[in-house]
Every structure is written in C-alpha cells, then in structure tokens.
Design a protein around this ligand. Sequence first.
Ligand SMILES: [Zn+2]
Ligand SMILES: [Zn+2]
Length: 110
Amino acid sequence: MAWSAARPLEIRRVGTAAVQIDWSDGHRSEYSNRDLRHACPCAECRERRPPKESADAVPVHPTEIQLVGRYALQFRWSDGHDTGIYTFQSLRAACPCAECRAREEGKGTG
Ligand SMILES: [Zn+2]
Ligand SMILES: [Zn+2]
C-alpha cells in the first residue's frame, strides 16, 4: 500500500505531549502536540501563524480528536481552537520519523 493511501487505525494521546497514530500500512507516527498545533491548516492559523519557537507559545494538547468523513481528523485543542482539519495524507506526510523525513527529502527523484 502506498504510504499516501494509509489511514489511521488507532490514534492515541501520549500524555499531553504528543499524539501517536498507527497507520493501516503498519507505520507508526508520533507527533508532538506543539508541531501539530503549529501545523494547523485552517485559514486563521495560516494567516497569523506565530513563530514556532515563540517564547509565549502556550503548550496545548488535543482534548478531542474526531474523524472527519474518511479523509481527515479534526483536533479540538486545549486552547479552544477546533477549526483545523488535518487530512490523513497531510498528517502522514508530516510524520517526523527518520524514515519519512528521508522520503520527503528524496521527493521528486523517484
Ligand atoms: Zn487553526
Ligand atoms: Zn514516519
């Protein structure tokens, strides 16, 4: 199965620090909440995205994670924000593990 067609089988919160996703192709991703929140794809966040390392960035964690149709996840964050829809493909593409980073870097070369 192509990684881009993988779907989350299991989503679990790792304390308040991270979210782990087990994918249908057997891969496991672990995202820090900070990175996930920063990557919020909603229009509001895209327009005024604070610098990632900003000192006053409040640590947030998802209080609720819901499936949106068959293609995406919606996170409700502890800061009350819940308009970001993260598609499976964008989540998987953002997997921070070494294997996936290598794939991203090799993009375009086949
Ligand atoms: Zn947002
Ligand atoms: Zn990965």
